[in-house]
Design a protein around this ligand. Structure first.
Ligand code: GZL
Length: 381
């Protein structure tokens, strides 16, 4: 926020207005000079007057554009990761529902199809369009400072949603989840559940999310921290890229390489879990409640909770995709000249059936699990 208390964007807008009034004054002065002098305007005046007129016209255009751009409609550019999962679909819908024309927004939405270069290109296109705000869900956590500097230079506030940017702080706010906590929760629950079930040895296979995304980094690090703390064996970790096809492909390989050697499968989102389930079904591997293989998942989307209710997914660790209302609060704060929080965390729940609900803590903080019922499923995203 600038000393004047206005955001950089408001400062730039005010500067534009000042420039235009100066130019228009210059135009009037030049035309008076030309009109009052000899019939022959001094040679020096004409080009100056012409330049000033031209500048004034350009300046008027800027004002018209800016005025148009601020006639109450707020232009928002959103560079979304892609369409790889149920979670992503819910995240996109949340943003499209909130930043709708009916709510006074003009949303430019780009599905970047998990392509980092395309995502940077989308952000630069928003700068070209002169949007009022840019929302980014960063496909991976690094490589952002250059383009965020360009947004900053253009005076366009950036809000990061969901995944994090780890190599730049040139954004106003981040709204999302604590992925490390999610990974820790899965590990602490697994330890408590294994103890309750009399399982003394954990041999886990991990199907991780898109490599380099903060969601993958946090969940991997959090679960690894617990594996080190409790002596779990992580037999392998390969990326399923948060997709069902990726989960199935990795699990097919695991069923061959680790047949009979694993008793836990950790999928870093529900769509990977659906793929892993297909692979284990095809390989004749029993998994879920009442079997020798515990299946852990993340996201807790509606379809994921249905598999928990069916006893296929043993426990599901939520990552809440419905961040858009909180992003809108950030924008409203900026619109009113306020300073929003730099970080806004979503509320998440840990889901299981009654027999799989156990008491556990994360860093000494007791955790409450949520029973999956038909009502819980009906209310999910
Ligand atoms: C996490 C989000 C992840 C989800 C996946 O916040 O970025 O990406 O866990 C999605 O389902 O693909």
């Amino acid at each position: 926020m600038y000393p004047s208390g206005f955001s950089k964007k408001e400062e730039k807008y005010k500067m534009k207005k000042k420039l235009i009034s100066l130019l228009l004054t210059g135009v009037m002065a030049a035309s008076l000079l030309v009109g009052c002098g000899s019939s022959e305007a001094p040679a020096a005046a004409e080009p100056a007057a012409a330049e000033v007129v031209e500048d004034a016209a350009a300046a008027e255009e800027v004002v018209a554009e800016t005025a148009e751009a601020t006639d109450g409609v707020i232009k928002v550019g959103f560079a979304q990761v892609g369409h790889e999962s149920d979670w992503r679909t819910a995240s996109t819908k949340s943003c499209q529902d909130v930043f709708s024309a009916a709510n006074g927004y003009d949303l430019s939405f780009v599905d970047c199809d998990n392509d980092e270069a395309a995502q940077k290109e989308a952000v630069r296109s928003f700068i070209e369009q002169g949007v009022d705000y840019i929302i980014i869900d960063p496909i991976i956590a690094t490589g952002w400072d250059t383009v965020l500097t360009e947004c900053d230079d253009a005076g366009i506030p950036v809000i990061i949603i969901d995944r994090t940017v780890d190599d730049s702080d040139k954004y106003v706010s981040w709204v999302g989840s604590n992925f490390l906590t999610e990974g820790q929760a899965a590990g602490e629950w697994l330890k408590a559940y294994a103890d309750a079930q009399g399982i003394s040895e954990i041999n886990a296979l991990v199907i991780s999310g898109s490599t380099g995304s903060s969601a993958q980094i946090g969940r991997s690090d959090g679960f690894k921290e617990m594996a080190d703390k409790y002596g779990f064996n992580i037999l392998d970790e390969q990326t399923g890229d948060f997709t069902e096809a990726g989960g199935q492909e990795v699990m097919e390989s695991y069923c061959k390489s680790y047949a009979g050697k694993f008793n836990v499968v950790v999928c870093q989102n529900d769509n990977e879990a659906f793929g892993a389930m297909t692979a284990m079904d095809n390989a004749g591997v029993a998994y879920g409640v009442g079997t020798d293989v515990i299946l852990i998942s993340f996201d807790a989307c509606t379809a994921g909770l249905e598999e928990v209710k069916a006893g296929k997914i043993t426990a599901d660790f939520e990552c809440n995709p419905l961040a858009a209302p909180f992003v809108e609060e950030v924008i409203k704060t900026l619109q009113s000249g306020g300073t929003p929080d730099k970080e806004v965390y979503m509320v998440e729940h840990w889901y299981a059936l009654p027999d799989q609900i156990v008491d556990f803590s994360i860093n000494g903080e007791a955790q409450k699990m949520t029973e999956v019922t038909d009502d819980v499923i009906a209310a999910q995203y």
